[in-house]
Ligand binder design. Structure first.
Ligand code: NDP
Length: 245
């Protein structure tokens, strides 16, 4: 399989892990659709970096939790080269809230963006991706940790993992793989925001490799799933976390 004529849509690709995935898939030869929510300048930076490396990329704004936006995103994405081979759903948020009555607003927010968003993106991906294609959603290794205040976020990502397994079954017969990649702590805004240096250092020590991961290290695994070497990996959650288990 040659990636050179293939197209990949990456949600949440203006920053962080999504950006690293977009850059890596572009390097692997995919034409990349860079989705973002509101940060147009950051999405443009992703595009310019890809173009500077000789790749092809186009930015499309869409809120992954909006039905109208996601329909338009897939229509526009498919129109660019006429086909869609890979969808990577990386867009996500991580508000912290304890399981108390006061936490309901954050729970609603993260379920709306992370779980409704995943449902919409996976639903359209299932229809739009060509036979033999690949669908990959980002989950999280923190599900196994059950840290206080991660309840809403963990609930949203546990839901994402459930959707991935079911969609893999629903797409039987089309040779499309559907998997989740579940990073441990990774150096992006989502991880750093709201944490002190001491908290970051303590979290970094949790994995036996005693550091946080880089977005590129997550992108490497997504690229494997998206490329020829991923052909027999289906309906799996791959935890990429330096042993933070
Ligand atoms: P960042 O905060 O660095 O980037 C988030 C990205 O998602 C941005 O591109 C942002 O767009 C986009 N986004 C946010 N909300 C929406 C929305 N409603 N519609 C469309 N795009 C949206 O996050 P990370 O790169 O760290 O996280 C990527 C994924 O990896 C997430 O699903 C996260 O849960 C998961 N993950 C991250 C870990 C980490 O430690 N970083 C660990 C485990 C999992 P814009 O720039 O326009 O705001």
């Amino acid at each position: 399989m040659n990636n050179a004529t293939k197209t990949a849509l990456v949600t949440g690709a203006s920053r962080g892990i999504g950006r690293a995935i977009a850059q890596r898939l572009a390097k692997d030869g995919f034409t990349v659709i860079v989705n973002y929510a509101g940060n147009a300048a950051s999405a443009e930076e992703t595009i310019q970096e890809i173009i500077a490396q000789g790749g092809h990329a186009v930015a499309i704004q869409a809120d992954v939790a909006s039905e109208a936006d996601v329909s338009r995103l897939f229509l526009q994405a498919k129109a660019i080269t006429g086909q869609l081979d890979v969808v990577v759903h990386s867009a996500g948020i991580m508000p912290m809230a304890k399981i108390t009555p006061a936490g309901l607003a954050d729970f609603d927010k993260v379920i709306h963006t992370n779980l409704r968003g995943a449902f919409l993106v996976l639903a359209h991906a299932g229809e739009a991706v060509s036979d033999n294609g690949r669908i990959i959603a980002l989950s999280t290794s923190v599900i196994a940790k059950s840290f206080p205040a991660y309840g809403p976020y963990i609930a949203s990502k546990a839901g994402v993992e459930g959707l991935v397994h079911v969609l893999a079954n629903e797409l039987r017969g089309r040779n499309i793989t559907v998997n989740a990649v579940a990073p441990g702590p990774t150096g992006t805004d989502l991880f750093f925001n709201g944490k002190s240096d001491e908290q970051i250092a303590a979290i970094a020590k949790l994995a036996p490799l005693e550091r946080i991961g880089t977005p590129d290290e997550i992108a490497n695994v997504v690229a494997t799933l998206a490329g020829p070497d991923g052909s027999w990996i289906n309906s799996q959650v791959i935890r990429v976390n330096g042993g933070f288990a």
